[in-house]
Design a protein around this ligand. Sequence first.
Ligand code: SF4
Ligand code: F3S
Length: 104
Amino acid sequence: TYIVTDNCIKCKYMDCVEVCPVDCFYEGENMLVIHPDECIDCGVCEPECPAEAIKPDTESGLDKWLEINTKYASVWPNITEKRDPPPDAKEFDGEEGKYEKYFS
Ligand code: SF4
Ligand code: F3S
């Protein structure tokens, strides 16, 4: 499966939802997650994310993010259409420790 990681937080560009063939993105206030059981591993969303926040879960060190995607995909609502990203998205792109500071 693919998963959404830290740098999505407060960037939330939403280009990913437009390309997913199975609509498996779920929306929190500050970020999106992927439902790991619904993702068919097609990989098309990964290069679409301007924040490079989407990664295959086979990459090392992403256990925490797999847990977060799994947990919140079952409580947050599904999102299938891109909206405008936050106006200050660029200011947060690449900031360290966004999970600790802003996750919601
Ligand atoms: Fe959707 Fe494919 Fe991305 Fe999985 S890898 S979230 S199926 S676009
Ligand atoms: Fe987040 Fe990237 Fe999608 S910033 S909302 S994973 S396009």
